[in-house]
Design a protein around this ligand. Structure first.
Ligand code: COA
Length: 164
């Protein structure tokens, strides 16, 4: 019974954005526990290590007692089962997310028919945000404050400053 109210929010989170955070906050109205699952095995080349990505999410979700953050390896479905959950949460921002999300949800459903993917719409002010663009802005020294939280800005500065 309890497992009904656990949702897994998977992603690369390279880094967590204000848009992701918006989805996390909204989801807490629906689920008792949210596990933010940070993929170690992703097809993307990441700027931040999985440990750094987990740490950044912990920093911004610390105030929510019912949010847990973990890294995971391998297939998402196996991780979801291990956690005894059966809901995968994903955010939708724009129409172009749909096809990719649809394919991923159907693939996961084929792999594990009992597990449902639930989609939440991101607040429209966060719809254009994507980690790839944020990384580009950071690399070129632009202002990231509307897209990410101050702890993430600090991490970027550390990454891109040659001294430290
Ligand atoms: N606000 C702002 N940006 C958002 C967002 C939101 N609410 N939701 C997603 N995004 C952005 C991300 O920043 C990211 O941007 P980028 O492509 O520029 O980096 C993009 O949208 C999607 O990223 P994310 O939500 O992190 O998902 P992902 O596609 O990187 O994650 C996994 C995919 C990790 C869930 C998937 O690869 C996986 O399950 N891997 C494990 C292996 C597996 O099971 N594979 C089979 C899957 S069928």
């Amino acid at each position: 019974m309890m497992a009904k109210h656990i949702a897994i929010y998977p992603g690369t989170f390279d880094p967590i954005t204000k848009g992701h955070l918006d989805v996390i906050e909204r989801s807490l109205k629906l689920f008792d526990t949210l596990i933010v699952a940070v993929a170690a095995d992703t097809s993307k080349t990441t700027l931040f290590t999985v440990e750094e990505r987990v740490a950044m999410i912990r920093e911004v979700t610390m105030r929510y007692k019912n949010v847990k953050v973990e890294g995971f390896k391998g297939i998402l479905i196996n991780y979801v089962k291990k956690k005894k959950a059966f809901v995968i949460l994903r955010g939708l921002r724009v129409m172009s997310d749909f096809e990719y999300e649809f394919q991923m949800a159907l693939t996961n459903r084929k792999l594990a028919p009992g597990i449902e993917t639930v989609f939440m719409m991101t607040a429209e002010s966060y719809a254009p945000i994507s980690s790839r663009f944020i990384k580009e802005i950071a690399r070129l020294g632009g202002d990231m404050n509307s897209f990410v939280t101050p702890n993430v800005v600090k991490r970027f500065k550390k990454k891109f400053s040659p001294q430290k």
